[in-house]
Structure formats: C-alpha cells, structure tokens
Design a protein around this ligand. Structure first.
Ligand SMILES: Nc1ncnc2c1ncn2[C@@H]1O[C@H](COP(=O)(O)OP(=O)(O)OP(=O)(O)O)[C@@H](O)[C@H]1O
Ligand SMILES: [Mg+2]
Length: 327
C-alpha cells in the first residue's frame, strides 16, 4: 500500500470539537451542561465516552448533531466534520446522513405502529433521492443482513413488538446505517440488553468499524464495557472531560484522574467484595459559575489538595488534575 494513502486512510480526523460550551439557562438558574469540551475522533477509531448518569454524554451527542434546544444553548465552540465547520445550514446535510446517532432506549425510538419495512424504506428513501421501492427494499434486506438478522425478508413484515430487545437494537443500527454514515454515535446501545446480547451487539459494532471503516463514538456509563471495544476513552464528569485514556493505559487500568479511578472501582464483579463500589460517594456536581476557578471534582475527590479549591486545572498530558493518581 502506498505510504501516503496509508496515512490518509488510517490517520484522518473525522470530527473535531474545539472549546465547546453549552449552558442551561432559565429565569432562576444558569449553569454549564458542557464546559470547554475539546476532542477529536479519528478515521476508523472507536472512541468511548464514559461518565455517570447526568454527566452530559447524551447532550454532547445531540450538540454535535445540532439537536439541543431551549433551555439548553450552545454559547461557544466549533465542531468540524472532516475539514468542514458545522453550522446551522450544513448540519441538515450531515445529520442522519454523514453522522448518525442511535439514541438511548431503542423501543422508544422505533415507531410501534409501522413495520420494520416501512421504517427502513422511509429512511433509505430520504437518504437516496429517486430510488425505487424495489431498490429500497433490496437495500433494506442487505442492511438487515449486515446487522446479522436472520431471514430478513420475513423480518421486514414484523412490527417492533414482534422482535426481541437485541433484535430491535440491530434494527436501530440498520436504520442508522441506512444512509451510509461515516460516523456513528451510539448512545448506551446495549444498556437495556442482557449480557450475551450485549456482547453480540459489541461484536457487531466492532465488525462495522473494521469492515466498513465506520468511526464510532460509543457512549456508556460502564467502564468495563468500554474496555472491550474502545481504542481511546474520554471520561466526562459534570460536563467536563477530565481525562482521555489511551488503549494500553485503559487495559492496564492506569488512570490519571481520581474520578476515572473511582469509576473503574464501580465495575461490578471485577473487584473483591470489600473493595467493590457500586457508586462513587456523593452526588454529581452542578457546573455553576463557582467552578470557574475550582476543580469540578473538588467535593468528591479523595486526593484533593489546597490548589484545587482556588484554581481550575487545565487539560494537560491527557488529564485535568493537579494531583493525578498516576503519571
Ligand atoms: N432537555 C433538557 N432540559 C434541561 N436539562 C436537560 C435536558 N436534557 C438533559 N438535561 C440535563 O443535562 C445534564 C446532562 O444530561 P445528559 O442526558 O446528557 O446526561 P447523560 O450523561 O446522558 O446521563 P445518562 O447516563 O443518565 O443518560 C443533566 O443534568 C440533565 O438533567
Ligand atoms: Mg444519556
């Protein structure tokens, strides 16, 4: 393979987010939902986005696609799809076409009164203008095959309630792939599923990543799950990315930020009974003006030092912390 082609194919930034700030604002309150978020997603990369409930994972996915509305508001920051800066105009040609998102809760996203065929064909027709019904149906069958649904012609006639949770999740993935996207944002795609089905969906996403070159942002609150799939993991707490962990450090459980370390201790079944935590003590912080000059994890941090109270750490060497737990 030509060396230049190799670099272009494998090392290509698909998505870049620079200094993104999203606030929640109404008459009696104003605080950050996402504060100073910067990261990139490379071609063929699977980037994990992990954090507790309420940390801003879904809102980040929605902000990329221009789907947030009042009382949430993007106040600053740029988002690039490849070299193109996303704005209100071009997002219409990117959302659901170049970048697809699988939303949390598949049964709520599928329409119960339409067959799988209706839903797939509508999506295919929307993304390929002028396509005939039989061509669209052929694509629908191929998509179901791609997500490894047996007997696709028969399945097309089914309604969502005829299918199992895992099967519906595969249909959701097929719908997201209908427009041949280059990026897939998968928001907790396996949370509602049992462990074996979960593993199958993870393998399917890995296969789509390696065979189709799909870049994926995989959102979860489960660090043990993300280890099975991600090349890199961004850890988000109360709307701030506090650490980005490379694969080798992730496997070695070598975390820098105390929050990542505690999140890792929450993994059920990996640690001894004594050591196991089911949740991190304390509650997630609201990212108010107070944290302009204070570490966002200050209240819950087991290794805080004096400076953390009066100064906000900047993101440096993969971590946003004055007193990292490892170098
Ligand atoms: N439509 C909305 N209006 C106001 N606040 C919202 C809205 N949607 C989300 N929020 C708030 O934004 C914050 C981030 O929410 P988000 O749904 O992104 O969390 P999450 O990390 O996806 O959590 P989970 O793991 O539970 O899905 C939360 O404090 C939430 O209450
Ligand atoms: Mg969410």
């Amino acid at each position: 393979m030509d060396i230049l082609y190799f670099f272009k194919y494998y090392f290509y930034t698909m998505l870049e987010i620079r200094n993104l700030n999203v606030i929640l604002e109404n008459i009696n309150k104003r605080f950050y939902i996402l504060r100073d978020i910067s990261f990139s997603l490379e071609k063929k990369e699977i980037l994990g986005l992990v954090g507790e409930s309420g940390s801003g994972k879904t809102i980040l996915g929605k902000t990329i696609l221009g789907l947030i509305k009042s009382p949430l508001r993007k106040i600053s920051g740029e988002i690039y799809f490849k070299e193109e800066k996303i704005n209100e105009e071009n997002i219409k040609n990117i959302r659901g076409k170049k970048i697809s998102m699988i939303f949390q809760n598949p049964t709520a996203s599928l329409n119960p009164v339409f067959t799988i065929e209706n839903q797939l064909i509508e999506t295919i027709k929307n993304s390929a203008r002028g396509i005939t019904y039989s061509e669209a149906k052929e694509r629908a069958v191929n998509l179901l095959k791609k997500v490894e649904i047996d007997n696709p012609l028969h399945r097309l006639k089914n309604y969502p309630h005829n299918l199992s949770g895992g099967m519906n999740q595969r249909v959701m993935i097929a719908l997201a792939l209908a427009s041949n996207p280059e990026i897939l944002i998968a928001d907790e795609p396996t949370t509602a599923l049992d462990v074996t089905v979960q593993a199958n969906i993870i393998n399917l996403l890995k296969m789509l990543n390696s065979d189709m070159g799909l870049s994926i942002i995989f959102i979860t609150h489960d660090l043990s799950l993300i280890k099975k799939i991600a090349d890199r993991v961004a850890v988000i707490y109360a709307g701030e990315i506090v650490e980005v962990i490379e694969k080798d450090r992730l496997i070695a459980e070598k975390f820098r930020h105390p929050y990542s370390m505690l999140l890792n201790k929450c993994i059920p079944g990996l640690h001894s009974r004594e050591e196991k935590l089911t949740t991190i003590p304390g509650e997630i912080t609201q990212n108010t003006e107070e944290y302009e000059n204070k570490c966002i994890f200050y209240e819950r941090c087991p290794v805080k030092i004096e400076i953390c109270r009066n100064k906000k750490p900047v993101f440096k060497s993969g971590c946003k912390c004055f007193n990292p737990v490892s170098q």
